[in-house]
Ligand binder design. Sequence first.
Ligand code: ZN
Ligand code: ZN
Length: 145
Amino acid sequence: MSSLLQRLANDYPQFRFIQSDRARWSASEQTIYYTDDQLQTLHELGHALLGHNTYRQDVELIQIERAAWVKAQQLAPQYGLSIDNDTVEEALDSYRDWLHSRSKCPRCHQTGWQDSHDLTYHCPNCQCVWRASDGRQARMRRVRQ
Ligand SMILES: [Zn+2]
Ligand SMILES: [Zn+2]
């Protein structure tokens, strides 16, 4: 365990910290899965401290991601780290690209809209209806490749 993780585990005993190949926050397990990427670890801690649970519509994800990065930026100096705005914008850009690819109609590639109740996507052009597959995992895999 790195010294950062030792300190985090000490400062936040309410959460579990488990090393993983994919960084993520699990609200149901109250667990932060971390990788060697320290800034990403702080970002996941941001989700944890903000009580992020599950998101609904995809558009909410950007707000949630930004909030977790802002929280991580505030925490970073305590751990001898800093997160500049470019890092945050870069991370958010990758979410935007991912959101855009999810909202594209599989049949005609028009950008669809998402139903806020059942979360299906609808194409305004060809009336195609589709469901984007589990978001976060697919996205994280894509980002890490
Ligand atoms: Zn996040
Ligand atoms: Zn379409």
